[in-house]
Design a protein around this ligand. Structure first.
Ligand code: CP
Length: 305
């Protein structure tokens, strides 16, 4: 059984192989070609302990386009609400003989722990502030589609780096592919040890965005601040919200990305989010192709478990 728990477990060849597979999946993911039934007879269970629109929806579509039986476990109506533990929930689902569990959890490391207790493949759909590997893969595919390459580009990741599994997985992936990575954030939103993960660290947007090929904005994760917001949202938008004036210092052909969900008027101005440089909906579209590729790579065609 094979898992996808984080980008940290992949080398550059494995990353490029997944991106190549995903590119080949695009026509099927867009329904330009018929469903590819490589997962026919397989069972996929989506188990999301945190809310999700994009990741859960695209994993469901990806599994179905590959012919799998897809079950969405609703945690809110499951026995988790009666106090069943993560491990007991995993063992229970494992007894139903799935081929793959797609899991999101608020605790870093919870998905890896679960993978040790089940007999099927496990895919990390986001664990705390640790990793969100399929998001980094879909971001990389979006960059490659728009820029024709990934290596050699300058990518600025801006905003709530401290709470972001998206930033962490992206930095691991982009560094593996020889991208010049920058992070831009107020000091209060930079995690300890960030200097070891990013090529350059900035606290000023104009400096951090200068000549960038890709500007990746992150959601300010209000729910993780427990009522304590430094700086205030208004100050944050003034200094770190992406607007036309700040974007003007990036390269003229720079693309703007955001993993979603967006806080419009907090980390990004609506005119930029909906503007001609935004590739945010393309990211969502690439999410289906990437998740098809990951499912296809982890689950051998034909045969059963
Ligand atoms: N980007 C992302 O993970 O979005 P969801 O929380 O909607 O899945």
């Amino acid at each position: 059984k094979r898992h996808l728990l984080g980008i940290a477990d992949l080398n550059q060849y494995e990353i490029v192989d997944l991106l190549d597979r995903a590119e080949r999946m695009i026509p099927v993911s867009r329904q330009e070609r018929k469903t590819l039934p490589t997962l026919s007879g397989k069972t996929q269970i989506n188990l999301f302990f945190e809310p999700s629109t994009r990741t859960q929806g695209s994993f469901e579509i990806a599994g179905k386009r590959l012919g799998a039986l897809v079950v969405n476990m609703s945690v809110r109506t499951s026995s988790v609400t009666k106090g069943e533990t993560l491990i007991d929930t995993a063992s229970t689902l494992n007894a139903m003989q799935p081929d793959v569990l797609v899991v999101r959890h608020s605790a870093a490391g919870a998905v890896e722990l679960l993978s040790q207790k089940v007999g099927c493949s496990v895919i990390n759909a986001g664990d705390g502030a640790h990793e969100h590997p399929t998001q980094a893969l879909l971001d990389a595919l979006t960059i490659r589609q728009h820029k024709g390459r990934i290596s050699g580009l300058t990518v600025a990741i801006c905003g709530d780096i401290a709470n972001s599994r998206v930033a962490r997985s992206n930095l691991l992936l982009l560094n593996a592919l020889n991208v010049r990575t920058r992070v831009v954030a107020p000091k209060t939103l930079l995690p300890k040890g960030i200097e070891d993960m990013a090529a350059e660290v900035f606290t000023d947007m104009h400096e951090g965005l200068k000549d960038a090929d890709v500007v990746m904005m992150l959601r300010l994760q209000h729910e993780r601040f427990a009522g304590r917001m430094i700086p205030s949202v208004r100050e944050y938008y003034h200094f770190y919200g992406l607007d036309a004036e700040k974007l003007a210092v990036a390269r003229p052909d720079a693309i703007v990305m955001h993993p979603g969900p967006m806080n419009r008027g907090v980390e990004i101005d609506p005119s930029i989010a909906d503007g001609p440089r935004s590739v945010i909906t393309d990211q969502v579209e690439m999410g289906v192709a990437v998740r098809m590729a990951v499912l296809d790579a982890l689950l051998p065609a034909g045969g059963t478990k």
